[in-house]
Design a protein around this ligand. Structure first.
Ligand SMILES: *[C@@H]1O[C@H](CO)[C@@H](O)[C@H](O)[C@H]1NC(C)=O
Ligand SMILES: *[C@@H]1O[C@H](CO)[C@@H](O)[C@H](O)[C@H]1NC(C)=O
Length: 193
C-alpha cells in the first residue's frame, strides 16, 4: 500500500519533470531559431550593396578639369512623372509677381497653371512655378517667440560667421532666396562671408 502510493507519487513527479524538460527544450529551440534568424539578417544586411552602388554610369564621363566626377542634369523627383526636355529643365523662369508670397502668404494658382506646376514638380520635388513667382527678397514675418525676440545681443562682442550653403542642381529662385534671406536677416557686422 505504502509502496504503491510512493510509486505513484514518484511517477507523478517524473511526469512533471518531463513536461518541464520539454518546455525548456521548446524554449531553447525557439531561442536558437530566433538567434540564427537575427544572425542571418545581420549578415545579409552587411552583404547588401548600397542602393547607389547599383546605379550604372560611365565612370569616364562627366569628369571636370580637376578630375572630379560631377553629375550633370537635374534631380528628377517623384516616380516616373514628367518627361521634360533639356530646354525646360535648364530654363530660368524666375519672374516675380509683385506681392506674391510677401509676408509668407500662400500663392494661388489657376487650374491651368496647376497642370504645369504638377509637371514641373518632378524637377525639384517642389512647386517651382510658385517659387519663380515669389521675389527672392520677399518679406517674412518674425516667427520668433516673444521670449526670443526680447533678447538683445551685443553684436560687437559676437564672433563673425561664414555661411556655407550646400546645393546640387538647385532651382535658381529657391537658392537665391536662401542667399538673400541670409543677407537680409543677418546683422551685416557678423556676416564675414
Ligand atoms: C519623352 O519624350 C521623348 C521626346 O519627345 C520621347 O521620345 C519619349 O518617348 C518620352 N518618354 C516618355 C516616358 O514619355
Ligand atoms: C525687393 O527688391 C525689390 C527691387 O529691388 C524692391 O522693390 C522690394 O521692395 C524689395 N522687397 C523687400 C521685401 O525688401
Amino acid at each position: 500500500m505504502l509502496r504503491t502510493e510512493f510509486g505513484a507519487l514518484l511517477c507523478r513527479g517524473r511526469k512533471k519533470r518531463i513536461v518541464t524538460l520539454i518546455l525548456i527544450l521548446i524554449f531553447l529551440i525557439n531561442a536558437m531559431f530566433y538567434v540564427s534568424f537575427e544572425l542571418y539578417n545581420t549578415v545579409m544586411r552587411k552583404n547588401k550593396k548600397l542602393w547607389y552602388n547599383r546605379l550604372k554610369y560611365d565612370k569616364n564621363s562627366y569628369v571636370d578639369e580637376s578630375g572630379m566626377r560631377v553629375i550633370v542634369g537635374h534631380y528628377v523627383g517623384g516616380m516616373g512623372g514628367g518627361n521634360l526636355s533639356e530646354e525646360i529643365m535648364h530654363t530660368n523662369n524666375y519672374s516675380p509677381v509683385p506681392g506674391a508670397g510677401e509676408g509668407g502668404r500662400p500663392v494661388q494658382l489657376s487650374p491651368r497653371e496647376l497642370i504645369t506646376a504638377r509637371e514641373l514638380y518632378t524637377l525639384h520635388s517642389y512647386n517651382i512655378l510658385v517659387s519663380d513667382r515669389i521675389a527672392i527678397n520677399r518679406s517674412l514675418p518674425d516667427m520668433r517667440s516673444d521670449s526670443c525676440r526680447s533678447v538683445v545681443y551685443d553684436t560687437e562682442e559676437l564672433p563673425t560667421a561664414s555661411v556655407i550653403i550646400v546645393f546640387h542642381n538647385e532651382a535658381w529662385s529657391t537658392l537665391m532666396r536662401t542667399i538673400m534671406s541670409v543677407l537680409m536677416r543677418s546683422p551685416q557686422l557678423l556676416l564675414k562671408q
